[in-house]
Design a protein around this ligand. Sequence first.
Ligand code: MTE
Ligand code: MO
Length: 202
Amino acid sequence: MATPTRGFFGRRRERDPRLPPGQYDVGNDWPVLTAEPTPRIAPETWSITVDGRVAQPTTWSWDDVHRLPPSEYRGDIHCVTTWSKFDTRFTGVSVDTLLEAARPTADAHFVVATSKTGYTTNLPLADVTGGTAWIVWEFDGKPLPIEHGGPVRMLVPHLYFWKSAKWISRITLVTRDQPGFWEQNGYHDRGDPWRQQRYQGD
Ligand SMILES: Nc1nc2c(c(=O)[nH]1)N[C@H]1C(S)=C(S)[C@@H](COP(=O)(O)O)O[C@H]1N2
Ligand SMILES: [Mo]
């Protein structure tokens, strides 16, 4: 009985298996979603600090992060407003590299990512470790545009894109989950696109 099924669905366009439920392929576009005015941050004045529940609070300048081992993400990104973008390429460093230096203490279970603008988003520590999260300054081999978070943004591509804080300035390790900007406004604390964790309670 395999043939009737195939015949029935044959004329429909195949759904791309990379597309999580409820999402559409935005193609070559890359929508800009920003809740605050876009800040103009010169790379020379930008820095990132990892602090909170760590043995060694550490700050890196633009030059400092460029001396760390580079790491690239190639793959898809998914916004809760239902667009997904396939085959993106971002370059920066793995969050693992920053955490190796700062050394989270045993009671660190979550992080709060903070932007220069004050935007915050919360994540389980497990969602930014093990090669799953980056801070990035290049998109497609070119400097990250400021409207997309340049000079440096966070990138957590396996979660909805609001977890990828633009203009990242701080990653704070905490013991308990502390809802960030969108999370306090009804969005999900974790935000897994494959489970459609869009809103609190999903
Ligand atoms: N600082 C900051 N980071 C942010 C946001 C924001 O408003 N401010 N919006 C988030 C949301 S909702 C999404 S979908 C993505 C959008 O990134 P993009 O504008 O590069 O597509 O950034 C996330 N990071
Ligand atoms: Mo978003």
